[in-house]
Design a protein. Structure first.
Length: 145
């Protein structure tokens, strides 16, 4: 994303409450990707290599070909594929409109979890809901890692 206003990052629900140092780190760890409508960002059952935050546009989440969610600005996805070394994508995510996503690789994702505990907690909470199970409180922060 380099060079993008960190105020834009600060307004994202996942990063809300992050300090300037944390936001600058996120800026360095990521890249922004512009995608056209119908572009597949990730495909169900494939290994996951990236974590995404929607910056603009809309995307559809399909599980077994069935629409389960529509994502928009500030929504994130891809964390479930990082839960275990052999984990696979649990859904296909496709841009519905022209969209822009913030992309983290595996190392950037792990750094985000370590450097931004509030983001790690939000990711863990959402991952538990998406995965359809809950963990004891002491394991929640490690779920998304």
């Amino acid at each position: 994303m380099h060079g993008t206003d960190i105020h834009t990052l600060a307004r994202l629900p996942l990063l809300r409450g992050s300090n300037r140092r944390q936001l600058m780190l996120v800026d360095r760890l990521t890249s922004a990707l512009d995608v056209p409508p119908e572009h597949v960002l990730c495909r169900q059952d494939e290994p996951g290599q990236h974590f995404y935050i929607m910056l603009k546009g809309r995307a559809a989440v399909l599980r077994d070909g069935r629409l389960v969610a529509l994502l928009g600005r500030g929504d994130w996805f891809g964390e479930l594929a990082f839960m275990a070394p052999e984990a696979r994508r649990t859904a296909t995510v496709t841009a519905v409109t022209t969209a822009q996503v913030l992309v983290f690789g595996r190392v950037g994702y792990r750094t985000l979890l370590e450097a931004c505990p509030q983001a790690a907690a939000r990711i863990a909470e959402r991952a538990q809901t998406r995965a359809g199970f809950s963990l004891p409180d002491d394991e929640g922060a490690s779920l998304a890692g």
